[in-house]
Design a protein around this ligand. Structure first.
Ligand code: ATP
Length: 363
């Protein structure tokens, strides 16, 4: 049983001048795969390093299963960590690298160590590399060895710190699937740090999003995508990013018009209009995802000018001038010319509204 519970975890550096992790609390269930994601410097690695025992918290606690491990030495936590730079011993063979964690433990006989290393090497498809040294391996092979070394120990918990960042795009996609397959097979609780929202969304059972050391939202990828708690999360998940337009709200409970100087007008009705009215907010940030924007008939939408048409195979990204850059993701057969004026629209159910000052979601 290896749940992981972070309770008000905080880490300060430089006598409190840097707050790397700011009172973060969340729980990872037994067997769950949780990704921790956020921009550079948001505190992802520090959080992971505290769970591993490589960094001690300024305050707060960490439990693995029933045990409070906050003050337990890294060596005594049953945790295996996989790093971005592989961290293999250059003078040891693949076999020795993989067996190293087992040699540190007195629980395994030599035969048992060999059996485990060979079984794991087979699982990872690296059985032919066992006698090679790391400098004879490609990046992908090195990362497989690093994963193998983590798996061979059969830990309670896997921690991954951007393990695929040094691989090329194609290999990264293959390894993503492979890590997921292994994790499914082994059912070991995993926490996976990445700055890549796509990786976080595709790999995680749930994702935890950090910004400036503060936890913004924890949830299933679909829930976070559809119901971001704030504008930062809305803009961070999804590619191309959510479009944002700062608008003024006018009207009463029945209908509310959201306007921006220069011809952007969007009318809300029903429950949504009522909630905007009730909020008393006048300046809002409207968010709409590129895939929710469609080209409307003349007179039925918001007029915009086409800046760039970017074909990406099945779709075209239309970069539009709504005062701010605004992207519509449309079918590849929708091909307006640059400088054309087109009208766009979107369903009210696809509109996200945020408080323009705090960024908090209204809906
Ligand atoms: P990246 O994706 O760039 O690795 P991250 O989200 O993993 O970033 P952390 O490495 O956890 O972020 O760093 C969080 C903050 O803490 C940053 O401002 C960083 O400069 C600072 N920090 C991290 N380690 C130390 C340290 N040992 N001493 C001082 N400041 C540190």
């Amino acid at each position: 049983m290896a749940t992981v519970t972070l309770d008000n975890l905080r880490k300060e550096f430089d006598n409190g001048r840097i707050v790397a992790v700011d009172d973060v609390s969340f729980e990872v269930e037994d067997g769950e795969f949780v990704t921790v994601v956020g921009p550079s410097g948001c505190g992802k690695s520090t959080t992971l390093r505290m769970i591993a025992g490589l960094e001690s918290p300024t305050s707060g606690s960490i439990r693995i299963g029933e045990a409070d491990v906050t003050d337990v030495h890294a060596r005594h936590r049953d945790v295996a960590m996989v790093f971005q730079n592989y961290a293999l011993y250059p003078h040891k063979t693949v076999r020795q690298n993989m067996a190293f964690g087992l040699r540190m433990s007195t629980d395994f006989s030599k035969d048992e160590r060999n059996r485990r290393v060979e079984e794991t090497a087979e699982m990872m498809g690296i059985e032919d590399l066992l006698d090679d040294k790391p400098n004879e391996l490609s990046g992908g092979q090195k990362q497989r060895v690093a994963l193998g070394r983590a798996i061979v120990r059969e830990p309670d918990l896997f921690l991954f710190d951007e393990p695929l960042s040094n691989l090329d795009a194609k290999l990264r996609t293959t390894m993503r699937t492979e890590i997921q397959r292994l994790q499914n097979e082994l059912g070991i609780t995993s926490i996976y740090v990445t700055h890549d929202q796509e990786e976080a969304m595709t790999m995680g059972d749930r994702l935890a999003i950090l910004k400036d050391g503060i936890l913004q939202q924890v949830g299933k990828p679909k829930d976070v995508y559809e119901n971001p708690k704030n504008a930062f999360v809305g803009g961070f998940v999804g590619s191309p990013s959510m479009n944002f337009v700062e608008v003024e709200a006018t009207g009463d409970g029945g209908t509310v018009t959201l306007s921006k100087d220069g011809g952007f007008d969007y009318t809300l009705t029903g429950d949504v209009a009522r909630r905007v009215s009730e909020s008393g907010l006048q300046t809002l940030r409207l968010g709409v995802r590129p895939e929710d924007v469609t080209v409307a008939d003349t007179g039925a939408g918001i007029p915009t000018t086409v800046d760039v048409v970017e074909p990406v195979g099945s779709d075209n990204y239309l970069h539009l001038d709504v005062d701010v850059d605004f992207i519509a993701r449309v079918d590849s057969d929708v091909e307006p010319e640059v400088d054309d004026t087109i009208e766009i629209t979107f369903d009210q159910s696809d509109v996200h509204l945020f408080d323009a000052t705090t960024g908090e979601a209204l809906l």
